[in-house]
Design a protein. Structure first.
Length: 238
């Protein structure tokens, strides 16, 4: 709802998500949950039928997901679910290894109770996703995303937040891909390691949180390389 105020009548108050927002979230969840596989062609007409919304809403949602990096346009052939090569994944993890430990150290200095609560909520969401009879991969990935979003948010570094935001879609894709291949024991270990990061953050231990974040990213990168190599048919990198 629009309101007139001291900002010249331009302030917009959003009480509820728009249809475009809800459509975007539905499609995002489907991609992250691997209901649409990497490289799958997305056809607007088919998506309209499956979502029950108009073509304009689907088109706006796809435009948003393209900006996030979850889908990509291939020449004149249309839109496809994005895939990540081994080399691209390696570079993404290199960026994460460089930025996330330092942002976690800043988190120790600057985080408020609200930021610490956000970490706890993300951990609770991850545990919930793992505790059901069937793994909720979408919920698990959303929890992972929320955990690191909270760290970057609490670091107070908006530039780093913008840089990592450009990789958000591909990081979510990699998390979904590896989660689908992970055994339950690995996921429980992931949760334990993330709790250890949160504990170091709550203790305001810059050195320890930096070490634990870097170790976690290196562990994630190693497993992602294995999964992508297996997916590419034996791991020959070109």
């Amino acid at each position: 709802m629009d309101t007139l105020d001291d900002d010249g009548g331009l302030r917009v108050v959003r009480d509820t998500p728009t249809l475009r927002d809800r459509t975007t979230q539905k499609l995002r969840d489907a991609i992250i949950g691997l209901k649409f596989g990497p490289g799958e062609h997305l056809v607007e007409r088919d998506l309209c039928q499956r979502t029950g919304v108009s073509r304009s809403s689907v088109r706006e949602a796809l435009r948003h997901l393209e900006a996030e990096g979850l889908i990509e346009r291939r020449g004149g052939r249309g839109l496809f679910v994005a895939s990540v090569t081994i080399d691209e994944a390696r570079q993404i993890y290199e960026v994460r290894a460089a930025l996330e430990p330092e942002m976690a150290a800043l988190f120790c200095e600057r985080a408020t109770r609200e930021h610490l609560d956000a970490l706890s909520e993300a951990l609770a969401d991850i545990e919930k996703a793992l505790s059901g009879k069937e793994r909720d991969i979408g919920g698990y990935v959303r929890g992972l995303n929320a955990f690191y979003d909270a760290i970057i948010w609490g670091s107070g570094n908006q530039i780093a937040r913008k840089v990592l935001r450009t990789l958000h879609g591909r990081m979510a894709f990699l998390r979904a891909l590896t989660a689908a291949k992970a055994r339950p024991g690995r996921e429980r270990e992931t949760l334990r390691l993330m709790r250890a990061i949160a504990t170091a953050a709550r203790s305001r231990d810059r050195r320890l949180v930096r070490e634990r974040c870097r170790s976690f990213v290196e562990r994630s990168a190693e497993f992602a390389m294995e999964v992508l190599a297996e997916q590419s048919g034996g791991g020959s990198e070109k």
